[in-house]
Design a protein around this ligand. Sequence first.
Ligand SMILES: [Mg+2]
Length: 309
Amino acid sequence: MRFSVSLMLGGAALALGGCAATAPAAPQVTTPPALTQAQIASQVGEAATPESPPAGQQWLFGSAEGSITMRQTWDSIASYTEAAARNRPVFSVVLEPGASASDARRVPCGDRPPAAVFDADETLLWNLGAMRQFALRNQSFDPALWLAWERTGAGHAVATPGAIEAFNRMRAAGVTVIVNTNRTQGNAEGTIATLRAAGLGDFVHGQSLYLMGDAPDGTGKDGRRAMISARYCVVALVGDQLGDIADTFNERGLTVTARRQRAESPAFASLWNHGWFVLPNPVYGPSIRGSFDDVFPPESRWEPPVTQP
Ligand SMILES: [Mg+2]
C-alpha cells in the first residue's frame, strides 16, 4: 500500500511539474491496474467448477459468441449454395477417389441436379440432451448412452443457430439437402425423428439420409459421398469435422501439424468457404488433441520477465 501511495504521489508531482512552461512533458507512470475477480472474469472467462459444464460446451451451446459464429457460417453456406445452384458448376466439391493434396481432382457434375451434403451431429443438430448427460457424468463419450440417444433423443436436440434459415434458402434455390452422418443404420428412425423434431425437415434413408453402414468404409464418408455423387452434383459439403469433407483428413497417423498443413495445402485452400465449410466444435472430435509441442511452435516459447522484489 505504501508503495502504491508513493507512486501516486510521485505521479501527481510529475503531472504538476508537467504544467510548468519550461519543463519537458512528463513521462506516464504506469502501474498495473488492480482488477477485481469480476473484472478479470469479464475478460478471460470464469473458471470451470464441478457445477458447470466444460468450457467447450459453455462456449458452443451457451454463449452468444458460439451462436453468432454459427449464424455467420450458415449465412455464408446459404449464399454460396444459392450462387452455385444458379451457376451450375462443371465440377462437384467432392474429391475423386484417390485424390490428394497434390492431385485434388473433383467429380464432374454432368447434368446431375445440385445437392448440398451435411453432417448431422454438431452440424445440423446440437445434441443438448446427450451432451448434458456426458457433462453430468464427467464423460467425454459413452457409446451405449449415445446409441440410446440416437433412438430416443427426438425433441431434446435443437437445430444449430442459422441452420433452418439456411435450409429454407437452399431448398428455395432448388438444391436438394442431404444428410451424411455416422449415426447408425439401425437407428435410422430415431435420427429421422430427431431431425424432424428440430425443424430441419423430413429425410428418407437411402435418398436424403446416409448412415454409417450404407457403404463398406465404416466411419469413413467417402463411400457415401460417391453414392450421393452418382445422383447429384454436390455443390457444398458441411461439417464440424474434416472427415465430413474428405477422408484424407482423417488418415491414420497424421500428426496435428501435418493434418493442419494438409487442410491448408494450396490444392485445397480455395475450397474452404467456397464449397467446403466447417462449423466450430470445441467439445469433441479429432480436432481435440495435441501436445504442448503440437500446439505451441518453438518461436512461441516466451517466459515472463523476472519481477523485482
Ligand atoms: Mg459432427
